[in-house]
Design a protein around this ligand. Structure first.
Ligand SMILES: *Cc1c(COP(=O)(O)O)cnc(C)c1O
Length: 327
């Protein structure tokens, strides 16, 4: 079914991605919590991508894109630019599929994410985000010099279709969801989820949640064009994009997805709630959707069924302790 004729990613693409990635990824659990329901006045269903391979939903998009490559492209290899989770996911997918991967990472990326990316056998090339170096330009240069396929973390139809597969799983378990809330950076996750969910259940509402300090998607949706912001200062390292893509903006506008924001303190409270009450370790960016719901920012949820995507759990334990202590 086509929910909007001009969309470049359709439900069929998400379903096809799901078939291709099924041998490689986990079907993650959907957990419920009575304490959370009482606290938020709605019925919550947590889609726990914290338990996905590589610790975040990004494995879905990476496997979906890499399984689309031609034999010639596979033989040349791929290059990704990422502050962490997408780099790990691309490195993992590449290793499983026997493809060489290069990952362009900020030189201040969390040690855990750097070690994991290298652990999957990827070559890591650093850039300086504080100095305003353009990681995408670096990746494109390497791609041209070495003939590698660039695998973007959100500005790609194959990746978006892969991210949408989590919504297929979620709606199979809870077919009558009213709302889905996800974290949002470049909007690939929200785009895939919105396309899949709205195709299956047209009345469902979807919201993406950004850090207050990094609300480029919210600004872009308001202005109707891609807005670039300075490097955001937030604890949510996985949500530090400076600009979304025309592709994701077009999808989210066509389907009227909502964009909300949360503060770092709200992220920390959501992380603490998930750890203390639900025994789930969520990284700061991964808690954004939950943080918005927990703080009453998601419109019209009273008595509704709300899907909450906990998108990743890759956080250094010492940092985690600091962030959840003393709230
Ligand atoms: C990448 C990432 C996001 C944001 O995904 P986009 O598709 O860029 O919006 C959210 N949470 C985690 C844990 C991520 O790694």
């Amino acid at each position: 079914m086509a929910i909007s004729p001009q969309l470049t990613v359709r439900l069929e693409d998400v379903r096809a991605a799901r078939e291709r990635i099924a041998p490689w990824i986990h079907r993650t659990p959907v957990l419920t919590s009575r304490t959370a329901d009482e606290r938020m006045g709605c019925r919550t269903f947590f889609k726990c991508e914290t338990f996905q391979r590589t610790g975040a939903f990004k494995a879905r998009g990476a496997f979906a894109r890499l399984t689309q490559l031609t034999p010639e492209e596979r033989a040349r290899g791929v290059v990704a630019f990422s502050s962490g989770n997408h780099g790990q996911a691309t490195a993992c997918a590449a290793r499983e599929l026997g493809i060489r991967a290069t990952v362009v990472m900020p030189k201040d990326a969390p040690a855990l994410k750097l070690a994991a990316t290298r652990g999957y056998g990827a070559r890591v090339v650093f850039y300086d985000r504080a100095a305003g170096e353009d990681r995408e330009a670096i990746a494109r240069r390497i791609s041209e010099e070495e003939g590698l396929v660039v695998v973007p973390s959100f500005d790609d139809d194959g990746v978006i279709a892969g991210q949408g597969t989590l919504a297929l799983e979620l709606l199979e378990e809870v077919p009558d969801l009213d709302v889905i809330v996800t974290p949002c950076a470049g909007g690939g996750l929200l785009s895939g989820v919105t396309i899949a969910a709205r195709s299956i259940r047209p009345e469902i509402r979807t919201y993406g949640v950004e850090p207050e300090a990094g609300n480029d998607m919210q600004l872009s949706m308001e202005r109707g064009e891609v807005v670039t912001i300075p490097p955001p200062r937030t604890i949510a390292d996985s949500l530090q994009t400076m600009a979304a893509a025309q592709r994701t903006l077009d999808i989210l506008r066509a389907l009227s997805a909502g964009i909300l924001t949360v503060s770092d303190l709200e992220l920390r409270r959501a992380m603490a709630f998930a750890a203390e009450r639900m025994k789930i370790v969520v990284e700061p960016g991964g808690a954004a959707g939950f943080a918005a719901l927990l703080h009453g920012k998601v419109p019209d949820t009273a008595g509704r069924k709300v899907g909450v995507v906990l998108s990743g759990g890759n956080v250094d334990l010492a940092l985690f302790g600091e962030l959840v202590a003393g709230l």
